[in-house]
Design a protein around this ligand. Sequence first.
Ligand SMILES: NC(=O)c1ccc[n+]([C@@H]2O[C@H](COP(=O)([O-])OP(=O)(O)OC[C@H]3O[C@@H](n4cnc5c(N)ncnc54)[C@H](OP(=O)(O)O)[C@@H]3O)[C@@H](O)[C@H]2O)c1
Length: 325
Amino acid sequence: MSLGLNQKIYVAGHRGMVGSAIVRQLKNQGYQNIITQTHGELELTNQSAVASFLAAEKPDQIYMAAARVGGIYANNTYPAQFIYENLMVEANIVHHAFENGIKKILFLGSSCIYPKLVPQPMAEEALLTGKLELTNEPYAIAKIAGIKLCESYNRQYGQSHGLDYRSVMPTNLYGPGDNYHPENSHVIPALIRRFHEAKNNSNPEVEIWGSGEPRREFLYVEDMARASIFVMNLDVDKYNSCTEPMQSHLNVGVGEDITIGELAKIVAEVVGYTGTIVFDKSKPDGPPRKLMNSNRLNVLGWRPTTKLEAGMALAYSDFKKNASQ
Ligand SMILES: NC(=O)c1ccc[n+]([C@@H]2O[C@H](COP(=O)([O-])OP(=O)(O)OC[C@H]3O[C@@H](n4cnc5c(N)ncnc54)[C@H](OP(=O)(O)O)[C@@H]3O)[C@@H](O)[C@H]2O)c1
């Protein structure tokens, strides 16, 4: 067994969709020493609690998949909590990792860090080139701060203390552990729920907001977890060859997008809904296209392996399992 598999790894946010996938993938890959804390056991906004935990455990690596996450409604309704909690979680973990000699962190951000009117596909260098989407600006600012925290600690203490704090920016994710809340879920879980209910109730049609024409990108969460482990363990010279000290984050996407209309057809097929899909064009569409440029990660040797149809079938199985519990 290689020494690497014995490293002590703390996955923050292990009960969330991404954190739980990272734990599954780490276990699949043979990592033996994974530590976790529920939100109830460790409040990550509490500086002294984080300081004590990291001082006691001193993990070798930290995956930062804990965050206050939500859709447009939650972001608009609770902007103070979105900025405060995310800033505190990041600052506490990064600073006390440094204080305790923890050299490796992978911070998870989001594609919402990029300006609203950015050229598509969105490349890493688009960061801080324009105004953010207003609905989730506080959240995006906190995520940008997370990247800059990692970079600043690397710049000030990287050489002297051997720090290597990295960041990945995932596109839209879906898969097991997703949030299927009727009013506050992302597009794929919302469509899964609506087609499932329409099938069970024999509804002749399902109405979808907007024209169905906007294009979006979707990555299966297990692929995201594999990408996270890949980036965390990438040789430092390779990582540095594709990043800059003040532009150190890497996009994680599939490299292709589909229209919401095409997506709806795939979900309907996977769910087995045979009624009609109707588009309500009076409702807003949002930006016409949102696609990440993931060339840097591709050049480094990582590509996703899960096709949308296959990932959707796995997501639907997970939905049905939860619904029956
Ligand atoms: N889902 C996506 O489509 C997507 C896309 C791009 C990026 N990401 C990024 O991926 C990361 C994880 O997202 P996710 O979808 O897995 O979110 P999630 O399912 O909501 O999981 C987040 C986890 O963090 C925990 N947490 C939140 N605040 C905490 C605190 N103050 N102290 C301790 N634990 C706390 C939550 O616990 P409780 O539930 O108990 O609060 C939850 O287990 C986030 O940084 C997000 O920005 C997600």
